[in-house]
Design a binder for this molecule. Structure first.
Ligand code: LRH
Ligand code: MN
Ligand code: MN
Length: 399
C-alpha cells in the first residue's frame, strides 16, 4: 500500500471507530482517603447521559455510554434509552455490580453460601432484563471475589461455583447479546482473586460458548506485563470482546487513556490494526474484522470530567491513527529478512508521526471542530452545567 492509500484507509477506519464512555466517569470519585466534589457533576443517570452526549458532540466517535447497575438504576430503562437517543447517543454495555453489599463479604458468585450466590446471580439476570429494555448488546462482569488468607476457601470449589453461575447467565442471553468477563489480578482480595488473569477468563469463556468474550482492562495487570501479547493471543482465538481503556502509573489508577504510556497504547492498537479489528470494517476482500468494544473505564478524581473524557477519546484516536500509518509492507519485509532495527524503525516512524492534522481532517469531514478539547473549553458547557446543577445529590460511586 502506498502512503496516500494508507492515509485514506486510516481515515476510513477512524471514521468507523467507536469509543464508549462510562457513566461513572462523569460522577465524583476519589481514593479511600477523600472524594473531591466538583462543580457541575451530574445528579442523575439522565445528566450523566447528557455529559456523555457532549463528549460525542465534540468528538463524533463516542455515541455510546455504559451503565453500571445499581449506580444508574432508574424505574424505566426504556425511557432512559429514549432520553439517550434524544441526546444523539445510545445506551451501551450494562455493568453488573456484586461488590457493594454486606452480603458479599466472602464473595458473590463464588461465595460459599448458595443463598448469596443466588442473590448475585439474580442481579446478573436482572442486568440482562435491563439489556433487553435498553437494547444493549453487552453484559460486562467484573467480580471482586477472592480470599484474603490461605485456607480461607477452596480455590477449586470457587471456580466451580463461578462456572455454574456464568452458565446460568449465559443461557439467559438472546440474539447477539454477549457476556464479557473482565479479569483483574488484585484488589480487593489480597491472597486469591477468582478471575485474576486473561487465562482464567478465557477458560470460562471457552466453556460457555462463542458469545462469551474476555474484557481486557489495561489497568488490571502486574507492572511490566506485555499487554499487547495478551491482545494478540486473544485475537488469535477470537475471544477478545472488549477493552476497558485507562492508564496507570502504579496499580488500577484509572487515569485518562494514553496519559501514562502512549507508546503502550500504540503497541496495543498496532496488534488490533494488524488483525483488522479496530472498527469492525474489514478491508476490502478481508473477513477478519471483529466487533471489539472500546470502553473507557476511568475515574477523574481531580480533573474536570467531561474534558478528561474528550482528551481520552482523542488520545485513543491518536494511538489508532499512528498504528494505521504503519508501513505494513516494509514491516513484514524487515521481519522476514531478520532486519531487527529496520522493523523497529518502521514502527517508530509511525509512532513519531504527528497525526493531529489527519485527525483534524477527519473531524472537519464530520462537520466538527478539528480540536475537540479547545472547542469544548470554548463552548461554555462546563460553566453552564456548573450553574444549572445545583441542589440534589451529586452522582458518585455508590450513588
Ligand atoms: C474494577 C473495574 C470494573 C468495574 C469498574 C468500576 O476495577 O475496572 O470494570 O466495573 O472498575
Ligand atoms: Mn474495568
Ligand atoms: Mn479497574
Amino acid at each position: 500500500m502506498t502512503s496516500p492509500d494508507r492515509r485514506a484507509r486510516a481515515l476510513e477506519v477512524l471514521r468507523e471507530q467507536r469509543i464508549e464512555t462510562p457513566s461513572w466517569g462523569y460522577g465524583n470519585s476519589g481514593t479511600r482517603f477523600k472524594v473531591f466534589a466538583q462543580p457541575g457533576v451530574p445528579r442523575t443517570p439522565e445528566e450523566k447521559i447528557d455529559d456523555a452526549a457532549t463528549v460525542h458532540r465534540f468528538t463524533g466517535v463516542a455515541p455510546l455510554v455504559s451503565l453500571h447497575i445499581p449506580w444508574d438504576r432508574v424505574e424505566d430503562f426504556a425511557a432512559l434509552a429514549e432520553h439517550a437517543r434524544a441526546q444523539g447517543i445510545e445506551l451501551g454495555a450494562i455493568n453488573a455490580n456484586t461488590f457493594q453489599d454486606d452480603d458479599y463479604r466472602l464473595g458473590s458468585v463464588c461465595h460459599p453460601d448458595p443463598a448469596v450466590r443466588r442473590k448475585a446471580t439474580d442481579h446478573l439476570l436482572e442486568c440482562v432484563d435491563i439489556m433487553d429494555a435498553t437494547g444493549s448488546r453487552d453484559l460486562k462482569l467484573w467480580f471482586a471475589d477472592g480470599t484474603n488468607y490461605p485456607g480461607q476457601d477452596s480455590i477449586r470449589d470457587r471456580q466451580d461455583r463461578l462456572a455454574e453461575v456464568l452458565a446460568e447467565v449465559y443461557a439467559r442471553l438472546t440474539g447477539d447479546q454477549r457476556l464479557l468477563l473482565e479479569y483483574k489480578f488484585f484488589e480487593p482480595a489480597v491472597y486469591t482473586t477468582d478471575v485474576p488473569d486473561w487465562g482464567t477468563s478465557f477458560a470460562h469463556c471457552l466453556a460457555l460458548g462463542p458469545q462469551a468474550q474476555v474484557v481486557l482492562d489495561t489497568g488490571h495487570h502486574a507492572p511490566g506485563t506485555n499487554i499487547e501479547f495478551i491482545v494478540a493471543t486473544l485475537l488469535r482465538h477470537g475471544r477478545l470482546g472488549a477493552f476497558d481503556f485507562n492508564s496507570r502509573f502504579y496499580a488500577d489508577d484509572d487515569l485518562m487513556a494514553g496519559a501514562a504510556d502512549p507508546f503502550q497504547l500504540f503497541r496495543i492498537m498496532h496488534e488490533l490494526v494488524q488483525a483488522e479489528a479496530v472498527a469492525g470494517v474489514p478491508a476490502t476482500g478481508s473477513s477478519t474484522g471483529q466487533p471489539i468494544s472500546f470502553f473507557l473505564d476511568q475515574c477523574h478524581n481531580i480533573e474536570p470530567k467531561v474534558a478528561a473524557m474528550i482528551r481520552s477519546v482523542t488520545n485513543i484516536q491518536e494511538a489508532t491513527a499512528k498504528a494505521l500509518l504503519v508501513d505494513t509492507d516494509a514491516l513484514t519485509a524487515a521481519q522476514r529478512s531478520g532486519d531487527v532495527l529496520g522493523a523497529y524503525a518502521v514502527l517508530k516512524d509511525a509512532y513519531d508521526t504527528d497525526v493531529r492534522p489527519l485527525l483534524g481532517e477527519l473531524r472537519e469531514g464530520l462537520g466538527l471542530h478539528p480540536d475537540p478539547s479547545a472547542a469544548y473549553a470554548a463552548s461554555g458547557y462546563f460553566e453552564q452545567v456548573s450553574r444549572d446543577r445545583v441542589g440534589g445529590e451529586q452522582a458518585g460511586w455508590g450513588a
